[in-house]
Design a protein around this ligand. Structure first.
Ligand code: ACM
Ligand code: ZN
Length: 502
């Protein structure tokens, strides 16, 4: 059965590869598209699928002129239309029957708007590509020390004092000593989304069946918050606020007032059930010196400052849950205690995801071992400055989100993250996203089956040209090095594998 399926897929140039394609003779002119939402046969075919998959499932019966779309929902019809659109863009719609539905319910990309502010036009353009690839989640990292990017009516200084900085490139900002500025400073770099712009983005996403998950980062990565509102910073023995704190103070009530107020504004704009609250890499450096943190520890009977992170996360989780939503947090939040309803996003490799899954949490897999798109996609000497280990298209494609022993029903899906410290322009951001995003789309949608990386590469190259024609700046697979193409991460591993094969 496996090889049979593979045979069918080879005949269809499409990303993500569908569950099933039964080809027939010839190609279609797609003159006439008929939509059937009440087909009994189709309902029967999807009856046993999980609800999320049934919702997105579709069947396309492609004849020489006419195409019949069967689906239960408008979302299913949309996915089907994107299949036709992609096939047309690739030059040929082969006749036959495509039956298709997603493997995972969370197929996402994260874009870091703080380190580089990219703006609505860029996000809309990426959502167009995402829709073509059947992505359904766009996670926006809306604030970090390098800039607060979302208008707040209740805490206006977050943008007035925290959305502009000295240094267009993140590394220039570091060199400036992390200086902020204001919008009227002609030398300042920055920007933020107004609420109207965000509502417009949410609507644009919804038309493409994409949910935008907003992230408000806490308690770490928050220098812009403690700078704009010193009441959220730690308090020294003499009663003055600590200047330059990267974490908000989990002892201060001002912190909760601000975070809850901002989250209320965020939940008004974003209908997403999941609200991301960050939770990664809190330095906790100032907390032991802070009178409010020490008082909080005394009240709660804590012996370690790290317990304060758990206190903050649990308090915010309860607040978000009281509003009928749920939190997602980076895997650190697992370490200091968090209720079952919290979704854990595994980024420090897969171990956080495995632990969270074993503890009964839903997980999103974003391991930096495979899905960090700020990492090099080819040799350091030929690529713009990046981070991390070689994360080529083939390496990304090799990723399997459900590690042995994991409960697949708790794996919501996967997500690639585009952190932007080393990505100063929108062109560069696109270059890092595509075509590696194709691999994420396919892993998220297509059934688990034996992968043929060379066959995938051919499909990726064809689709890359479609994106290039549409005006996207993609990484050039034609110039990809032999090492990146091999999927190995080091020359040593590559050479060893070659020797073993000889
Ligand atoms: C992260 O990359 N710090 C989540
Ligand atoms: Zn404190």
């Amino acid at each position: 059965m496996k090889s049979l399926l593979l045979g069918f897929i080879l005949a269809l140039n499409l990303i993500p590869a569908p569950v099933e394609f039964k080809p027939s003779e010839g190609t279609s002119t797609v003159d006439n598209v008929v939509v059937r939402k009440h087909s009994f046969g189709f309902r029967k075919a999807v009856r046993d699928l999980p609800e999320f998959a049934r919702k997105e499932a579709y069947r396309l019966t492609i004849g020489p002129r006419k195409v019949v779309v069967e689906a239960r929902t408008d979302e299913g019809v949309f996915r089907a239309r994107k299949t036709i659109e992609q096939l047309q863009a690739l030059g040929e719609v082969p006749c036959g029957v495509i039956f298709d539905y997603p493997r995972f319910r969370h197929r996402g990309l994260m874009i870091d708007e703080s380190r580089t502010f990219k703006g609505a036009q860029f996000l809309k353009k990426q959502m167009d590509a995402m829709a073509l690839l059947k992505f359904n989640i766009l996670h926006l990292h809306l604030d970090d020390s390098a800039g607060w990017r979302i208008e707040s009516e209740t805490y206006p200084d977050l943008t007035a004092k925290g959305a502009f900085r000295i240094g267009a490139h993140y590394m220039e900002w570091e060199k400036s000593g992390y200086k902020y500025s204001t919008q009227d400073d002609p030398e300042a770099y920055g920007g933020y989304y107004t609420k109207d712009e965000l509502r417009d983005l949410v609507a644009y996403a919804a038309e493409r069946y994409i949910t935008i998950i907003p992230e408000i980062e806490m308690p770490g990565h928050s220098l812009e918050v403690t700078s704009a509102y010193p009441g959220t910073s730690c308090t020294l023995e003499d009663g003055t606020p600590f200047k330059g704190a990267w974490d908000v103070c989990p002892g201060s009530e001002e912190t909760y007032k601000l975070l809850e107020s901002v989250l209320t504004e965020v939940m008004e704009i974003f209908p997403s059930h999941y609200i991301h609250i960050g939770g990664d890499e809190a330095s906790m450096a100032v907390w032991p010196k802070c009178i409010k943190c020490r008082e909080r520890m005394r009240q709660e009977g804590y012996t370690e400052v790290s317990q304060l992170q758990g206190y903050l996360v649990r308090r915010i989780e309860a607040f978000v849950r009281a509003h009928g939503r749920s939190i997602i947090g980076w895997d650190e939040i697992l370490e200091t205690g968090v209720p079952q309803s919290a979704v854990i996003q595994s980024w420090r490799g897969i171990s956080g995801g495995i632990k969270a899954n074993a503890a009964g949490h839903k997980v999103v897999m974003s391991p930096n071992s495979h899905l960090y798109f700020d990492y090099y996609q080819d040799l350091i000497r030929k690529e713009p400055r990046a981070w991390g280990e070689l994360t080529s298209l083939r390496h990304v494609y090799s990723y399997e989100p459900v590690a042995p022993g994991m409960d697949e029903t708790l794996v919501l899906g996967l997500q690639a993250n585009l952190w932007c410290e080393w990505i100063p322009t929108v062109e560069h951001a696109e270059y890092m996203l595509w075509p590696r995003g194709f691999a994420v789309a396919e892993i998220g949608w297509s059934p688990r089956r034996e992968k043929d990386p060379l066959e995938f590469r051919d499909r990726a190259d064809a689709l890359r040209h479609v994106l290039m024609d549409m005006g996207y700046n993609t990484f050039d697979l034609d110039t990809e090095s032999e090492l990146a193409r091999s999927g190995y991460r080091t020359f040593d591993a590559f050479e060893r594998a070659k020797k073993q094969n000889n």
